[in-house]
Unconditional design. Structure first.
Length: 344
């Protein structure tokens, strides 16, 4: 029995394994605990281990690499079409192994532990930001029930709320005033924790050469740079710059048939958090870039005359992602090129 590809359907307590030979026939089916897989793999000659790119796959992939095996990680949406008939764990493992044999399959790069650690920090920060937004919306609703309307925006709300609390007669002796004070303390604690993570990202960006090169790109700061490196590494899994933009979901979605191309809104595929950071960075950098006498500035000024501002922001985010790809692949610092000055 010669096993060429092993597909693993990962689970917290039980994993299903399917082994294929050189003809693609299933020659092995087994179910075991995740901690038993490295020992099982050590008994096999070097082969391909395929998994879905989910929680725990990168850690297991690094353990299997130490035994000389090749690791192929895939997005679950690319594996789903290979599941035959009724879904179960054994058929999922078989589908994973079969999908890994396809020459056109797109694989996910195996991440280092440092990348996963930075991603964990970003996910915690994202959760804290969501919690702060939920808290502010709740405070806004409490005040609205008492006829106090405050303009939109976190900073606007913070200033107006502090002014209300400074008024000793505002809901004096009311239980709701004490409740708002408790919520304000919770808000301050969330701000402190978010600021601490931001300072940590800033320190990471300063000491790493790759992230320092990324921060030379307008609209990409320490937060964007560390998230990019954590998600794509050196971008070697993307052959072209446009592939990174497509993976981030900031390119038009296609619905074409009969040779008639039809482009819709952005596809919103891939990493939602990273796409959000890039769009926010592009929105912040757009005013200064549009005024600059560079090729990028000239392109933005022409685009602003033809398209809505929000469309230009997304187009700029896509442009920044492509510049980031070139910076990661070539290991160079971004240098803006001057726009051509018309004669006369």
């Amino acid at each position: 029995m010669t096993i060429m590809i092993v597909g693993i359907d990962l689970g917290k307590n039980s994993c299903s394994i399917a082994g294929l030979d050189e003809t693609g026939r299933v020659v092995l089916r087994r179910r075991m605990q995740p901690k038993s897989i490295p020992g099982f793999a050590a008994k096999l000659p070097p082969c391909v281990f395929a998994m879905e790119a989910c929680c725990g796959a990168h850690h297991l992939g690094r353990l299997l690499t130490e035994n000389g095996h090749e690791i192929r990680l895939m997005s679950p949406e690319y594996v789903r079409p290979y599941v035959k008939a009724q879904k179960n764990d054994d058929r999922d493992a078989e589908a994973i192994a079969e999908a890994a044999t396809r020459p056109t399959m797109r694989f996910v790069e195996l991440k280092a532990q440092e990348q996963l650690d930075v991603q964990s920090l970003h996910r915690v920060r994202s959760r804290l930001v969501r919690a702060r937004t939920t808290l502010i919306n709740q405070m806004r609703a409490i005040l609205l029930e008492r006829g106090t309307i405050i303009p939109q925006g976190r900073r606007q709300f913070e200033k107006a709320f502090e002014a209300l609390l400074a008024d000793a007669g505002f809901m004096a002796g009311n239980r709701v005033r004490r409740l708002l004070l408790e919520l304000r303390k919770e808000w301050i604690d969330l701000d402190r924790r978010i600021d601490a993570l931001d300072q940590e990202f800033l320190a990471l960006a300063r000491k790493d050469a790759t992230t320092r090169r990324l921060t030379s790109i307008p609209g990409i700061g320490a937060l964007n740079a560390t998230a990019l490196v954590a998600a794509v590494g050196d971008a070697s899994s993307f052959d072209k710059a446009r592939d990174l933009g497509a993976w981030l979901g900031i390119v038009p979605r296609q619905y074409s048939t009969g040779g008639k191309p039809r482009l819709l809104g952005i596809s919103k595929r891939g990493n939602k958090y990273l796409r959000t950071l890039l769009i926010h960075g592009a929105r912040a950098a757009l005013p200064s870039l549009a005024r600059s006498q560079t090729a990028l500035g000239a392109w933005l000024r022409g685009l602003l005359t033809r398209r809505h501002r929000n469309t230009v922001v997304v187009a700029l985010a896509n442009k920044l992602a492509r510049i980031a790809w070139a910076t990661l692949r070539r290991g160079v610092t971004f240098q803006p090129s001057l726009a051509a000055i018309p004669a006369g």
